[in-house]
Design a protein around this ligand. Structure first.
Ligand code: NI
Ligand code: MN
Length: 227
């Protein structure tokens, strides 16, 4: 299983057979070098409706015929844009030909549409089973005690956690979240895209090493990790 950081909060997962994009925000993403018309996808998994997460989903899905997996109201909105969708709900899981997707709790907000103010259900995190590895992407979220439930039920191989503060957890909250979730490896995301979410990923990495058993992995945009 190979995971590639596409910048901001966007991630590409591939086990050599199935390619999954999580929150493919490329157009207008100052960290992204990949163009939406260059990207392949079998599935697009979304954490919530905000523009810096839905991003190029509609254009990519219409071109590649990728199935969009999203929470219910966001899935309905994507369907209204012509996408093929698989709606889900927080706490729910579903098997797919590649493995499975499960939605987890996130404390944040969610909106879509031209102004971004159209309510599209709850924001969420996801746990994806691909290539016999468990990948957790927390989406945008505050630190929540519910994260401990993930460690009670699952052994996460690779976690993506936001560290940029302002809209989400800051570095110290994300380090605490790493301790709650207990992933084998943790990648910081959702930082340095714009000034309000400036954060030093090396500070996060140092604190993860000092305070948790996880291995921090700082990825530059388009850098990959194989697990
Ligand atoms: Ni958001
Ligand atoms: Mn965001």
């Amino acid at each position: 299983m190979e995971a590639t950081f596409l910048g901001h909060s966007a991630v590409r997962l591939s086990d050599g057979q199935t390619t999954i994009l999580i929150d493919p925000f490329l157009t207008g993403n100052p960290q992204a070098t990949l163009k939406p018309e260059e990207v392949d996808a079998d599935y697009i998994v979304l954490t919530h409706g905000h523009g810096d997460h839905v991003g190029d989903t509609v254009a990519i899905a219409l071109r590649t015929k990728a199935i969009c997996v999203a929470t219910y109201e966001l899935a309905l909105w994507l369907q209204s844009q012509g996408c093929e969708v698989h709606p889900m709900g927080i706490g729910g899981a579903s098997d797919f030909p590649f493995g499975s997707v499960r939605y987890t709790i996130a404390h944040h907000s969610s909106g879509a549409g031209e102004l971004g103010d159209r309510y599209v259900g709850n924001p969420a995190g996801v746990i994806i089973d691909l290539g016999a590895k468990l990948i957790h992407h927390a989406g945008d979220t505050a630190l929540t005690y519910d994260m401990k439930l993930i460690a009670e039920r699952f052994e996460i191989d690779l976690a993506f956690l936001p560290i940029g503060s302002n809209f989400t957890m800051d570095i110290d909250d994300a380090v605490t979240a790493t301790g709650f979730i207990q992933p084998k490896r943790v990648v910081p995301v959702h930082y340095n895209t714009w000034p309000p979410i400036a954060a030093d990923p090396e500070e996060f990495a140092e604190k993860v090493r000092a305070r948790t058993k996880a291995e921090p992995v700082v990825l530059a945009p388009m850098e990959s990790i194989k697990i």
